[in-house]
Design a protein around this ligand. Sequence first.
Ligand SMILES: O=C(O)CCC(=O)C(=O)O
Ligand SMILES: [Fe+2]
Length: 411
Amino acid sequence: MPALSSLPRRCCRGTFLARAATADKSTPTAKPMTPTPPTMSESSASSPVAYDRAADLRALDATFAGVTGLVASGLTHVPRIFRVPEGHHDKQDTTVVAGTGRQEEPGAIPVIDLGCGDHAAVVAAVRQAVAGCGFFQVTGHGVPEAAMAAATDAVRAFHAADGGEGTEKARLYSRDPVKPVKYQCNFDLYESPVANWRDTLHIRMAPDPPDVGDIPESCRDALLEYTEQVNKLGKTLFELLSEALGLKPSYLTDMECDQGQILICHYYPPCPQPELAIGTSRHSDAGFLTILLQDEVGGLQIFNEDHWVDVTPTPGAFIVNIGDLLQLISNDGFRSVEHRVLAKNAAPRVSIAFFFSTHFHPASTRMYGPIKELLSEENKPLYRETLVRDYMKHYFSIGLDAKTAISDFRL
Ligand SMILES: O=C(O)CCC(=O)C(=O)O
Ligand SMILES: [Fe+2]
């Protein structure tokens, strides 16, 4: 975590309104308040105004309304807790290359048509993509576009609704790791060095799914239908990935890589000073596989060969990426690649990440290490075995930041 002095030095714009009194870091229990913006420092490390980061984080948490609530209150400046270190957005490290699927474009992430009818070609394309940039997009996936649109519309409606006392958001606002349905602003608010310009609805769909009634009514039907559809796509992808490793199609599902399913529904409100903030900090995903749906706003970038590459929205496509645990069991055959989301001043952005993370709740007792069939004299194990629970615990203790969690499991 950087020292305060490494945070940006910018002029103090003062504060606004009253600070929300107290909030519990682990599970907010204070009575929800109307979404009055808390007092938050906009000042620099050199400012005479004292900066108590923890107090600012707790004040935000106590609104139960996230970044969306701040923006709705008319905020015109980015509070200091969200400010990224200087140089973070250096333009020279960004290649504005669209991920439009034209594979000949340097850095573009490939688009693979799963319905093209040539199975061997699909497996080869998947192998090439995941061993390379770690990401690909899929079309011809069989998920109806209406189900995709209904899911993003429903997530947008949930997040755009009011927060504050008596609202659904206040009912769901929690940091309890065991709760299957919760709403929060930054899962790692207290761990990561920079708060992200993003709110999230989490729904653990498997195992141990929630009571259907606990899923917000505004998105219940759409997200249940979406889960059923994306689950089917996940099974297909795990088969293709098994084959890409030279294993039988059921190998990864026999290992239960698809058993844990978490739906992460993000909302990135418009940011008044996008150059000072970040939507999602650079990170790799912890689980086995992520199937991501983004709306048309854009902002997702992947880190490929030492520069950031835009993943331009492709209508009707899903983005698929490898997570750390699949990199670990494939012994670096597949790559879990860093990505981030830029903050934007445009319309709010919605994305839905479907994480296959096996069951860390309730905890699986299965150990995951490099797959034995892949190992040889030339391909010695690179990682130690781990329980998913232990990997996740380590990952969450770091929070979203530059990729470090998997390197701590290297032999
Ligand atoms: O919002 C996005 O496009 C990406 C979100 C993401 O990377 C994540 O949830 O891990
Ligand atoms: Fe991610």
